[in-house]
Ligand binder design. Structure first.
Ligand code: CO
Ligand code: ZN
Length: 358
């Protein structure tokens, strides 16, 4: 048995967690941003963390009516300058309490794409810090046929009256960050890892010929709602989402070319959009010039904020840079640390040069 570590308490905004000390600063940032509480519609805590993190690096920071955080970095090129919008969503999937029974067990509805298979025995955490365990009705059912209505949340209550949560309270998955060396694991890589990429690009981008809008969006998991309104407001000339994508590199996985550790994935197509060929080429050509590994992504299920940005107003050339991720939409989403670093490098290179779309 390993030496017992002192029990660690995880506050909702966990800025000075002793576990982060000595960790690579980019991993420590990822730990902070991914562990924060933020199911769709309840992104305030994440937004405050990010706002703190980017202080002093943007020319203007504002929050729109839906809660999107929009940081603008003014370009240094001649006017009229292109407006480039980068989007990463702050929200994570989760659950929301629909009913509490006499014994204090909570029933729930999903927020976003929650797979019943991933829940039994896992934990969720509410805004007030209460942790719940997902249990399931075992009688008359087998593990393979679990549906959300056969699951419940046990928050340690003994009756309805002493339940520390109520109807309408949302919760996110609860797992702490794990550093496996080359690979890192967290409950909300989707899409806090995109937020980490945007934060780092904003910090590292010394100057750009373009006006760059770093948009940290809300409510992606429930229908790209934050990107819909923020793209309308920003009116970009070019839009790039940064999000996660699945991989085909685990035992008996669905056939998919994307692998962990082979570089950021440049989206060609997903279930909601076809990337603009010029945007796809811009990302691939820049990667080649900068000698950054990359791979192409064709995703058969799911989409990203790029879909909403592409179809705003009269249409915007749009694409997406994806961080390859295993076990998407589970409490243990895994990425490769080099892919993260290369995603940042690639976007800094793209934004640092004059962009011509052809
Ligand atoms: Co997602
Ligand atoms: Zn996502």
């Amino acid at each position: 048995m390993a030496t017992a570590k002192k029990a660690t308490h995880f506050p909702l905004l966990d800025n000075d967690d002793p576990q982060s000390s000595g960790m690579h600063p980019l991993k420590a940032l990822t730990k902070r941003i991914t562990e924060a509480y933020g199911p769709s519609g309840y992104e305030q805590g994440v937004r405050e963390l990010i706002r703190d993190e980017i202080k002093g690096f943007a020319d203007e920071v504002r929050v729109d009516a839906l809660g999107n955080l929009i940081a603008r970095k003014k370009g240094t090129g001649p006017t009229p300058r292109k407006k480039v919008m980068l989007a990463a969503h702050m929200d994570e999937i989760g659950v929301i309490v629909t009913h509490i029974d006499e014994k204090g067990f909570a029933r729930f509805a999903p927020i976003g794409g929650v797979y019943p298979l991933t829940l039994f025995g896992q934990r969720c955490r509410f805004a007030n810090g209460v942790v719940g365990v997902f249990g399931r009705e075992i009688k008359d059912s087998t593990a393979t046929e679990v549906t959300l209505n056969k699951l419940f949340i046990d928050v340690g209550a003994t009756s309805k009256d002493d339940a520390p949560v109520g109807v309408g309270d949302p919760a996110g998955f609860w797992r702490d960050f794990s550093d496996l060396g080359n690979r890192i694991v967290s409950k909300a890589m989707d899409d806090r890892i995109g937020c980490v990429v945007l934060i780092e690009v904003l910090k590292q981008l010394k100057k750009s010929p373009h006006d760059v809008y770093f948009v940290f969006t809300v409510q992606e998991e429930v229908g790209l709602r934050g990107a819909t309104t923020s793209a309308y407001g920003v009116q970009p000339d070019l839009a790039i989402a940064v999000d996660v994508t699945g991989t085909g590199d685990t035992p008996e996985a669905n056939t998919m070319a994307v692998q962990l550790g082979k570089g950021p994935a440049i989206k060609v197509k997903d279930a909601g959009m076809l990337a603009h060929p010029a945007v796809k080429n811009l990302l691939a050509e820049t990667a080649k010039e900068a000698k950054i590994p990359y791979q192409f992504e064709v995703l058969t299920g799911g989409t990203t904020d790029a879909m909403a940005m592409q179809t705003t107003r009269e249409g915007v050339p749009a694409g997406c840079l994806s961080v390859p991720t295993r076990y998407v939409h589970t409490p243990s989403e895994m990425i490769d640390f080099n892919d993260l670093q290369n995603s940042i490098k690639l976007l800094v290179a793209v934004l640092g040069k004059q962009i011509k779309l052809d």
